[in-house]
Write a protein that binds this ligand. Structure first.
Ligand SMILES: [Zn+2]
Length: 395
């Protein structure tokens, strides 16, 4: 089956309006791609399903067509713009949180997560196949095995590859204590973010004592491999993990050693830099304290706002990296345009738009010549740099 050919542009717009009114059901949110319409993002596949109501009288079942290329091509054919959200790491989206379990009697999970940046894990609960998404968080659980009281969470990872059939687990065969690695399985690729084998390890016993996490399914039904957490459990587990003593692995690696050994900056600055590098979190928080919405379009939903550096992080000094004046709060669209040098601002804040953007693109991306922003002197200085070195220098 494929998408009904009689769905036209009007039907899609009606669908978008319905989504505006009624929202998107939890499991139908978009993952890799978004339909961009009048400055807002929509899940392409869901929009097509709903558009069918207006074309043919009923919602089109998501099982009848595919959400990637097929849907995108169809919508583009009707003149809509599709943007990739996966490549834009700064675009924060709803994430699932999982616990994946290993039995140390048959698999050496400790060393497997210690030795690798990327690992494969079996997805044994088939019904999760359609739910698991890129960038989902996965906590790795080591079961008791034959040692009572040793079970718990020892690593945090994230999904970087969707489930796929693998002929065997040969790449990890040294970690298997039996021959199970020879069997084909459905594997998910994970990036190991943090490992806490000694300090910071979250014990099963401390979860049993926790006022919310004591309801975790894995504590009562411990025979599964994959567990999907409720949003409430997810938040609580995140908190617990973050306050548990850490020996971070790859997050620090990605920052660049020069910062950590730079003796000119204080420990606090180092810490802030690391944080801002990892999630831009403190920089964004500082910026949110003085601004509350996208400078250009007014988008105010914090989840989508990006703390954009005017002078890019990679080219800033440590002091400039933390300077709030070097930040602009923007929506994902306007951040992309600014970051890649398609727009900038002159000294009095009037927008400068690259000639390479045609009229349609300007409309879709919601920019026009009349836009302007207010800047203080500090921001003007950074903007001077942006005009000279970023504006019109496209990637
Ligand atoms: Zn905006």
């Amino acid at each position: 089956m494929s998408i009904p050919k009689n769905i036209n542009r009007e039907h899609v717009i009606e669908s978008i309006q319905k989504v505006d009114r009624e929202g998107v059901p939890e499991r139908r949110e978009s993952t890799r791609f978004s339909l961009l319409y009048e400055g807002k993002y929509y899940p392409p596949k869901y929009v097509v399903s709903i558009a069918n109501i207006f074309a043919n009288g009923e919602e089109y079942s998501p099982s009848l067509f595919s959400g990637g290329e097929e849907t995108n091509r169809f919508l583009k054919g009707l003149g809509f713009s599709i943007v990739e959200t996966e490549s834009d790491k700064k675009f924060e989206k709803h994430k699932n949180t999982w616990i994946f379990q290993a039995n140390p009697e048959i698999f050496d999970i400790d060393n497997y997560v210690k030795d690798h940046k990327y690992i494969w894990w079996a997805l044994r609960q088939g019904r999760f196949c359609d739910i698991i998404e890129l960038d989902d968080e996965v906590f790795m659980w080591r079961s008791n095995g034959d040692k009572r009281g040793t079970g718990g969470i020892l690593a945090k990872t994230r999904v970087v590859g969707l489930p796929q059939e693998r002929p065997n687990d040969e790449s990890a065969k040294d970690y298997w204590h039996n021959e199970d690695w020879k069997k084909p399985y459905l594997g998910v690729k994970l990036e190991v973010l943090e490992v806490k084998i000694l300090e910071g390890f979250i014990r099963r016993s401390s979860l049993l004592d926790h006022h919310v996490l004591n309801e975790l399914l894995i504590l009562s039904q411990w025979r599964q491999t994959n567990y999907l957490l409720s949003p409430e459990h997810s938040i609580e587990l995140q908190k617990l993990w973050n306050i548990s003593g850490s020996n971070t692995k790859s997050e620090i690696d990605t920052i660049g050693l020069e910062i950590l050994i730079d003796s000119e900056i204080t420990e606090t600055e180092k810490e802030q830099i690391i944080k801002s590098r990892i999630g831009q979190s403190s920089f964004k928080r500082d910026l949110l304290a003085i601004e509350t919405k996208c400078r250009l379009c007014g988008l105010s939903d914090e989840r989508f706002l990006v703390a954009s550096h005017i002078k890019p992080w990679s080219q800033s000094s440590n002091q400039e990296r933390l300077d709030v004046n070097n930040g602009l709060l923007l929506c994902p669209n306007h951040d992309a345009l600014f970051d890649k040098g398609y727009i900038s601002f002159d000294d009095d804040g009037t927008i400068l738009i690259s000639d390479s953007l045609d009229e349609a693109t300007r409309v879709f991306l919601n920019i026009n010549e009349t836009m302007n922003i207010k800047m203080n002197e500090g921001q003007q200085e950074y903007m001077k740099w942006h005009r000279g070195d970023i504006f019109n220098y496209y990637e």
